[in-house]
Each structure stands twice: as structure tokens, then as C-alpha cells.
Design a protein around this ligand. Structure first.
Ligand SMILES: [Zn+2]
Ligand SMILES: [Zn+2]
Length: 248
């Protein structure tokens, strides 16, 4: 099994990542990927891009070196209400919205408050995927989060970089993965690459998903076609005929 769409990749615009859009697209093409999502950190991340960066993404070609390029963001969840650090006017224009916890933007709280913040983010109409929900710094009620993701028709990520940079992620990700299998929730298996050579590198996350018994039909980013139909069903303008707005 090969994951053909990497839905979590950072460019130099993130401030602590090291490859350009051109280099990312070239690396994705060389690895045989069909699709890559540019998901730079939201403006609240120190060194991250100004919101104008997200406003101007639309000038990029939709394909580079034969790879479909999604214009996205890894927005920061700022509070228990699931507020994001990018205004709706920008969120509306993007193809895909990732959201997650980063300690500089929202300090870890109790298990209850972390769960409430994640569930609120899942209910935020703009959010498509919750990134690294298995971060052990933010204990959550995994069963509740997976149930709510299923209910909202959204995806939870198994983040390949977590196994390198977020110690203890294996156990928490495995717990989430078992609930994903139980409830049949979407899962995104993505790299969180901060350098071009890591684009499409998802082998550890994929193995964990398979070990937990997650079936192929729950893996959102197995192919570009599957991602496209998901985003169309979410009302994303680029894939849904350009008319529908996301419901508030
Ligand atoms: Zn980063
Ligand atoms: Zn990231």
C-alpha cells in the first residue's frame, strides 16, 4: 500500500522549515506522489507567515511537475472554543484546513479541557483534519475525539514526524488508531515534512495504522481522487463547482 497524497507539508514560509514550494513539488514528483498539500503554520506561530501569505496562495499553479498542489494551512487552535489563528476570509479561499495544538499558541490543559478544545476544533466548519491528535503533551479522551470526528465527517491525522519529535506518540497514536478502526473514521497519514526529502515519508505512521487494523477505506489520502471527493463533499470551492460556501 502506498500513500499517494501527502496532506501535511511545510515550506520555508513556516519560518522553521527549509524547502521552497518548487523543491517540495519536485520531491513529490520524484517519489511518485499524485498530490501534496502546502500547509504552512498559521500566523500565530512565531516566524510563521502573515495572513496575506494565505490570501495570495491562489496565484500558485494547481499542478507543478505533474503533482497536484493543494493550498492549505496548519492553523493553530487558540482556545477551548476551537478558534483558529486565521480569519474566515482567508480560510474560505483555501483548499484544505488542518488544525492542531501548538504549545506557543495554546498551553496544554487538563484532559477535559484538551478534549473540549479538540472537539470544538472538529466542529469548526472550516476544519478538515486535526493534526497530531496523539501528541502526548495534550492528553485527550481519544474515544470521544474519534467519535466526534466521525460525526463531523472529518479526519484525524497520524503524523509521521511525531514518532521523531513528540516522544511517547506511539502509544497515544495507537490508542486513537484503534478507535478509528472501531468507528470507521477518516484518517490522514501524512509526513509533516519540514524539508523536501521528508515529503511523502509516512512509513512509520502507515505501519502503525495497519498494525491497529485500520482498513484501507478509512485512509483519506490513499489517492488524490479520494481527497478530491472528500474536499468536494466538504464544499471546498476548487472541487465543488465554485459556488457553495461552507456553512458557518
Ligand atoms: Zn512546524
Ligand atoms: Zn505541521
Amino acid at each position: 500500500m502506498k500513500i499517494l497524497a501527502d496532506l501535511h507539508v511545510h515550506s520555508i514560509a513556516s519560518g522553521h522549515a527549509y524547502s521552497t514550494v518548487e523543491e517540495i513539488a519536485r520531491a513529490a514528483a520524484d517519489k511518485g506522489l499524485e498530490m501534496v498539500a502546502l500547509t504552512d503554520h498559521g500566523p500565530a506561530m512565531p516566524g510563521g507567515p502573515h495572513e496575506y501569505y494565505f490570501g495570495n496562495l491562489r496565484i500558485l499553479p494547481h499542478r507543478l511537475h505533474g503533482v497536484e498542489i493543494l493550498q492549505g494551512v496548519e492553523a493553530n487552535v487558540m482556545d477551548e472554543k476551537g478558534s483558529l489563528d486565521l480569519q474566515a476570509v482567508y480560510l474560505k479561499r483555501l483548499d484544505i484546513i488542518l488544525a492542531g495544538f501548538h504549545s506557543i499558541c495554546m498551553k496544554p490543559g487538563s484532559r477535559e479541557s484538551n478534549t473540549a478544545a479538540m472537539v470544538s476544533a472538529l466542529q469548526n466548519p472550516y476544519v478538515d483534519i486535526i493534526v497530531h491528535p496523539g501528541n502526548p503533551d495534550y492528553p485527550i479522551d481519544a474515544g470521544e475525539v474519534v467519535r466526534q470526528a466521525k460525526r463531523a465527517g472529518k479526519a484525524l491525522e497520524i503524523n509521521n514526524s511525531s514518532f521523531l519529535v513528540r516522544r511517547g506518540s506511539r502509544e497515544t497514536c495507537f490508542e486513537i488508531a484503534k478507535f478509528v478502526r472501531q468507528y470507521g473514521t477518516w484518517v490522514s497519514i501524512s509526513s509533516d515534512a519540514h524539508f523536501s526529502s521528508s515529503v511523502g515519508e509516512v512509513s512509520t505512521a502507515l505501519q502503525l495504522a495497519l498494525d491497529a487494523g485500520i482498513p484501507e477505506n478509512c485512509i483519506l489520502n490513499l489517492s488524490a481522487a479520494r481527497v478530491t471527493s472528500f474536499l468536494a463533499s466538504r464544499g471546498r470551492k476548487r472541487f465543488a463547482g465554485g459556488e457553495r460556501e461552507l456553512h458557518e
